[in-house]
Design a protein around this ligand. Sequence first.
Ligand SMILES: Cc1cc2nc3c(=O)[nH]c(=O)nc-3n(C[C@H](O)[C@H](O)[C@H](O)COP(=O)(O)OP(=O)(O)OC[C@H]3O[C@@H](n4cnc5c(N)ncnc54)[C@H](O)[C@@H]3O)c2cc1C
Ligand code: FES
Length: 290
Amino acid sequence: MSGNGSGADRVLAPFGRRALEVVDNHSSGGYRVFSLRDLDGPAPAAGQFYMLAAADRWAQRDERPFLPRAFSVADAVADDEGLRLDFLVDDVGPGTGRLAGLEAGERVWANGPLGRPFSSLPELAPDAAGAILVGGGIGIAPLAILRGQLAERGVATRVLLGFRDREHSGGLDDLFACCEVRLASEDGHAGHKGYVTDLLAVLLEGDDAAAAAVYACGPPAMLEAVRLLCADSGVACELAMESPMACGFGACFGCAVPLAEGGYMRLCVDGPVVGGDQIETALVAGAGHR
Ligand SMILES: Cc1cc2nc3c(=O)[nH]c(=O)nc-3n(C[C@H](O)[C@H](O)[C@H](O)COP(=O)(O)OP(=O)(O)OC[C@H]3O[C@@H](n4cnc5c(N)ncnc54)[C@H](O)[C@@H]3O)c2cc1C
Ligand code: FES
């Protein structure tokens, strides 16, 4: 099984943070999609993230948060006016709440694209004929841009997405309108009643399991289940993980994750995408999404 240690094509961020204009912000199910216009930055690779902070009403007197927050890029579309970056937000606290409430014309400080992206299919699994994407909750965001990039390369892709309940779901119409998606929900409001990993287990029991590779993003328990299912089936997988990030570029060591071979990696520079065989566990302390 191969992991992400070989090095995917990381896109480097311009030095320093830059002020980007909000061009759209709308609700998408229980989440929000907001878009920024990036006039100077490079196009990100799928799996990379940005550190974002609203230019106003952030880190002011008596006001949390103080630090920027990490967000996976969900789409990046170049047009006449530059690059439009889309983000999917789950409002869980002061930072996500402020970003979820942004209005067009406001500005956001952005540093990115950051981190190690998903590997291409030949890098991850040279013999694989196709990809299986497994997303949970807000973790569907980086899989949307990955799906688009795989489609451009003609890779056959199956998409499995799961949500806890109606309130903790969204982004489908905005980010996955173009393709067939198999859904699961814990409360049964959409698709299979149960976990998205139930759907993955069925696919991996099928005849073509060994001909696929898995890319996943979601809550820690889901990622750990994906990691174990893939290890049992001998299927290569990459996981886009979260851990608490204060800087996003390797300086604070706040995002350390234990490695399978001993020691630690800084998830912001050595991840957030990791090979399933690189890590000891996907159950990372402080990665708060359930
Ligand atoms: C690489 C990466 C990519 C991410 N991509 C997205 C994304 O696309 N969309 C999105 O909505 N969120 C994403 N997150 C999570 C997001 O950064 C956090 O939810 C955010 O930092 C919370 O900030 P806050 O000020 O709103 O809440 P805080 O006051 O910081 O925390 C409120 C609650 O949120 C939970 N929480 C805190 N930090 C995290 C964290 N890093 N991950 C998960 N839960 C946390 C805790 O349980 C806490 O109780 C990503 C995180 C990382 C590390
Ligand atoms: S977030 Fe600071 S080192 Fe990773």
